[in-house]
Design a protein around this ligand. Structure first.
Ligand code: URA
Length: 198
């Protein structure tokens, strides 16, 4: 019998965790946002957590910042969404209150309960490179309090996999989007990650 494909393994993992109640975010979510894209990708993009759109659609990075990120990845890697694997360190949307009006960064307990899912995803996909998108995912993956402005564009390692931190696209948008220095810095970081795949 053939061994299961990465897609089958990810589908199985999803079936196991889609009703997850490991943390209180399960009570307020519309959908658990597992991950999206190519199960055999050589690169994994790991963001922070679903926002409003992601929570509604069940797919990571489909809101405004996600659109910017998709464009940047297309520009730098010539890859479409279906070509790479993208997920978050938290699978459910963290908000400041139950009315679900404003997002907030993931809390340490939420990261601790959700991280095993990302670990399983990485064990299945086995990428050559991880790009950590934004401060929260970089801090969680590297177990550091160092700021993203210091860490971005510098190679680290997560579980033997080369990891490159970069800005979050929402930070780039807040700083003026495509005309901002942060946009140029993020493009430079993504190009660095691309070189590692050559
Ligand atoms: N921001 C993230 O970090 N992840 C998403 O999926 C959406 C917005």
């Amino acid at each position: 019998m053939n061994s299961p494909s990465n897609k089958e393994k990810l589908d199985f993992l999803f079936s196991q965790i889609k009703s997850c109640q490991r943390c209180p975010l399960s009570a307020s979510r519309s959908t658990l946002v597992f991950g999206d894209g190519n199960p055999d990708s050589r690169i994994v993009f790991a963001g922070e957590a679903p926002g409003k759109e992601e929570d509604l659609q069940g797919r990571p990075f489909v809101g405004r910042s996600g659109q910017l990120l998709s464009e940047m990845i297309l520009d730098v890697f010539r890859l479409q969404r279906k070509d790479y694997y993208i997920t978050n360190i938290l699978k459910c949307r963290p908000t400041i209150n139950q009315e679900m009006i404003k997002d907030r960064p993931p809390a340490p307990e939420e990261i601790a309960s959700c991280m095993p899912i990302l670990m399983e995803q990485l064990k299945i996909v086995k990428p050559d490179v991880i790009v950590a998108i934004g401060s929260s995912s970089t801090k969680a993956l590297l177990n550091t309090n160092e700021g993203i402005t210091t860490l971005r564009g510098k190679w680290s390692v997560f579980k033997d996999i080369p990891l490159l931190p970069t800005f979050h696209p929402s930070y780039v948008l807040r700083n003026g989007g495509k005309n901002s220095p942060q946009y140029a810095m993020m493009i430079a970081d993504l190009k660095k990650a691309r070189e590692r795949l050559l």
